[in-house]
Design a protein around this ligand. Structure first.
Ligand code: ZN
Length: 97
């Protein structure tokens, strides 16, 4: 992709912080300044945070990627609330220090 699908202007490659701690190569439109991600980069981002669920005793566990933990200030020993919202598992730090 080299032109903006919206306004057909040239796209400029740039490294952007999409969300805290998550960097990706995006292409910025020189006119509307929309950000575009090509499919390969999108797949790379998806696999970057893909984790397998594993068993600890009778429970299931999942590793939280360092980038995610850093982004929300999560540390070893912190307490979390786990709930379900919109068919997704929500992990919510209970206290902020
Ligand atoms: Zn554009």
């Amino acid at each position: 992709m080299s032109n903006c699908p919206e306004c057909n202007k040239r796209l400029i490659k740039e490294k952007r912080e999409l969300s805290p701690g998550v960097y990706a190569d995006v292409e910025i439109c020189s006119k509307c300044e929309d950000e575009w991600i090509d499919e390969d980069e999108y797949e790379r981002l998806r696999s970057l945070f893909k984790r397998k669920v594993f068993k600890i005793g009778g429970s299931l566990a999942v590793r939280i990627p360092k980038e995610i933990a850093d982004a929300v200030g999560l540390h070893d020993g912190d307490e979390l609330n786990i709930s379900i919202a919109d068919h997704k598992v929500v992990i919510d730090p209970t206290t902020s220090s």
